[in-house]
Design a protein around this ligand. Structure first.
Ligand SMILES: [Fe+2]
Ligand SMILES: [Fe+2]
Length: 153
């Protein structure tokens, strides 16, 4: 039995809220001053936060992709296929970005300011991409269900 559309939409909205909170934590940690003393703790905390974040993000994408809102949208608004495909491609790109960042942080064994700055910048870019993605997604969901549902479109 598939999960009913409304329940799925609620769950996705809930997840978007949760992810916003997690992005806030990431932003906070990349603004922290890293010293030789706090480097090991900073690195491990950030590494684990990123791992949990990526895992959660992938589960979120599963929910959206596998019989999730993406197929719901295509059912009611087939002309939005391009927008849906763009979102799916962005999912792949974001998984790649966060996986790459995790690998870089994992290999950072000693405090190296240039590499730390690079990692923090990449996190910032990935978080901004996710924010833009979620907002485009939110608009697509709202516009589809508000305008297209039941209208035959
Ligand atoms: Fe998405
Ligand atoms: Fe999403």
């Amino acid at each position: 039995m598939p999960i009913p559309i409304e329940e799925r939409a609620d769950k996705i909205r809930e997840e978007h809220e949760f992810l916003k909170g997690e992005m806030g934590k990431l932003n906070y940690m990349i603004c922290e001053t890293v010293t030789p003393e706090n480097f090991p703790k900073w690195r491990l905390d950030l590494l684990w936060l990123l791992r949990d974040f990526l895992n959660h993000l992938q589960k979120h994408f599963d929910l959206e992709e596998d019989g999730g809102f993406m197929s719901d949208i295509l059912d009611v608004a087939p002309h939005k296929q391009h927008a849906v495909e763009k979102l799916a491609t962005e999912h792949e790109e974001m998984v790649k970005s966060f996986s790459g960042i995790i690998a870089s942080l994992k290999s950072l064994q000693e405090k190296d300011d240039d590499r730390i700055a690079d990692i923090c910048e990449r996190i910032q870019v990935a978080v901004e991409m996710l924010k833009a993605h979620e907002s485009a997604e939110g608009e697509l969901i709202e516009s589809t269900y508000l305008q297209d549902e039941g209208a035959g479109d």
